[in-house]
Design a protein around this ligand. Structure first.
Ligand SMILES: Cc1ncc(COP(=O)(O)O)c(C=O)c1O
Length: 423
């Protein structure tokens, strides 16, 4: 019981060491990833992982819950403080294991099998859990979709037409790969016109919403779901917020509807992350995430790359390789992800609106600034990174360039260290 990981299991320990080195020495530009604080990791690695606590604070199915009750209440209180808007009474459930489970809980609470939900098309920036046929949301419910227009922005006239045509019970807004502000108020007008409930999945933009740098989905939405590990910079996990009247059905949809025991170590880590997000420094961090994305987007465009919607309002951008004057017309998202990876720059291939290739190949890549900004990289570094991306993507097959950029990337990462006492 007392042996450390390195003593007890050298094989697992070694892989963790390698991953720490990768995280420290490579440039992380995956828009949905971030680096948590040591305090968040301490909570995650705590003995709270040992505790079963089915139910809610003070209404548990297990004994010995007095301390985990306290920590869950701290998490709920801080989450409300982060996302509350004046005049709108909201409740919070911090138990969903991840974003997918948070969305499932809303569907279970708001819909019956076969009911219609209207969400953003996956290939236009939506998420699998917004009604994709391969996900339970598309198998259990009648999922219909809206798309972005030719300008790369959500086409609100189309949302209205689809809503009038299909009369959904639930309209889902929010996205995984959408670089623009989402107009929750405009969605609410449409939801009211067709008598639908409205849900916002703010998994990607939660940090900006919490700090007032993106308009709030409240009071317009009935339900708001999020992950806690993206711009919010907490542990992997999910959360559902809802107008107070929906909370009884949300709570029972999370447990026993969808899950068993909550992950109390994760809930403690969520509490720590929410406490961090309430500090003024977190707003400065989120503002820097936006400034960095803006600078990177401008530089990429000036180097001849086409960005979906012509830029970004948030933490991410989508490079449309097929439409980029500078990129080789045959360069796929998969190849771009690979050659950037060889240079120490981690991104993900991504479909673009009107995608002609499969999701495993794609014509685009998604680039995001949350993780590099946590390392305290700023606008100067963002412009340099955009130049490296442009250099690599315009010189596929130039091995010497890859080696040079990889060395420069490592040099920059070491000037902005993370987890100095690890690895
Ligand atoms: C908008 C959105 N919702 C939900 C999820 C699912 O989150 P998780 O991977 O934690 O299940 C994601 C993940 O990328 C997402 O981008």
């Amino acid at each position: 019981m007392e042996a450390t990981l390195s003593q007890a299991d050298p094989a697992v320990y070694a892989t963790i060491q390698s991953e720490i080195t990768r995280q420290k020495d490579d440039l992380e530009l995956i828009a949905s990833e971030n680096y948590v604080s040591r305090a968040v990791m301490d909570a995650l690695g705590s003995p709270l992982t040992n505790k079963y606590a089915e139910g809610l604070p003070k209404r548990r199915y297990y004994g010995g819950c007095e301390f985990v009750d306290e920590v869950e209440n701290i998490a709920r209180r801080r989450a409300r403080e982060l996302f509350m808007v004046a005049g709108c009474d909201i409740g919070v459930n911090v138990q969903p294991h991840a974003g997918a489970q948070a969305n499932q809980a809303v569907y279970l609470a708001a819909l019956k099998p076969g009911d219609t939900l209207l969400g953003l098309d996956l290939s236009h920036g939506g998420h699998l859990t917004h009604g994709s046929p391969v996900n339970s949301s598309g198998k259990l419910y009648n999922a219909v979709h809206y798309q972005v227009g030719a300008d790369g922005r959500i086409d609100m006239d189309l949302v209205r037409r689809r809503a009038l045509e299909h009369r959904p019970k639930l309209i889902v807004t929010g996205a995984s790969a959408y670089p623009r502000i989402i107009d929750f108020e405009a969605f609410k007008v449409i939801a009211d016109e067709v008598g639908a409930l409205l849900m916002a999945d703010i998994a990607h933009i939660a940090g900006m919403v919490a700090t007032g740098l993106h308009p709030s989905p409240f009071p317009h939405c009935d339900f708001v779901t999020t992950t806690t590990h993206k711009t919010l910079r907490g542990p992997r996990g999910g959360m559902v917020m809802a107008k107070r009247e929906h909370m009884p059905s949300i709570n029972s949809a999370v447990f026993p509807g969808n899950q068993g025991g909550p992950l109390m170590h994760c809930i403690a880590a969520k509490a720590v992350a929410f406490g961090e997000a309430l500090r003024p420094e977190f707003k400065s961090y989120c503002q820097q995430v936006l400034d960095n994305a803006d600078a990177m987007a401008d530089r990429l465009m000036s180097r001849g790359f086409a960005l979906v919607s012509g830029g970004t309002d948030n933490h991410l951008m989508l490079i449309d390789l097929a439409s980029s004057a500078s990129a080789d017309a045959d360069l796929t998202g998969k190849q771009a992800e690979h050659i950037l990876g060889l240079a120490g720059i981690t991104v993900n291939k991504n479909t673009v609106p009107g995608e002609q290739r499969s999701p495993m190949v794609t014509s685009g890549i998604r680039v995001g600034t949350p993780a590099m900004t946590t390392r305290e990289m700023g606008v100067t570094e963002s412009v340099q990174i955009a130049d490296w991306i442009a250099d690599i993507l315009t010189s596929a097959g130039d091995d010497a360039l890859q080696v040079r950029v990889k060395a420069e990337v490592t040099g920059m990462c070491r000037r902005f260290p993370i987890y100095s006492d690890l690895g």
